[in-house]
Design a protein around this ligand. Structure first.
Ligand SMILES: [Zn+2]
Length: 81
């Protein structure tokens, strides 16, 4: 079946400027979120708290930190939230 992607296509098939703006905004928000997590991890490192769960204080397993060095909470606390 031939799909109609011409400018006259139904609204649901068109990628609008608004869609692209939203995509870019979401990418920026995600980048800022990641930056915030990394800065918080660096602050924990400077404060000697790196690798400890910010919620319960238990050590975060090494494999979790290797997968995501900015991990702030242990598996148990991540699952509770
Ligand atoms: Zn915890």
């Amino acid at each position: 079946m031939k799909r109609d992607i011409s400018p006259d296509a139904p609204e649901c098939l068109r990628l609008t400027r608004e869609d692209m703006t939203n995509t870019r905004r979401n990418a920026l928000l995600e980048r800022n979120r990641q930056l915030g997590r990394i800065e918080a991890a660096l602050a924990r490192m400077e404060g000697g708290q790196f690798g400890l769960c910010t919620q319960c204080g238990e050590a975060i397993p090494r494999d979790m930190l290797e997968a995501d060095p900015a991990m702030a909470r242990c598996q148990d606390c991540v699952e509770i939230c």
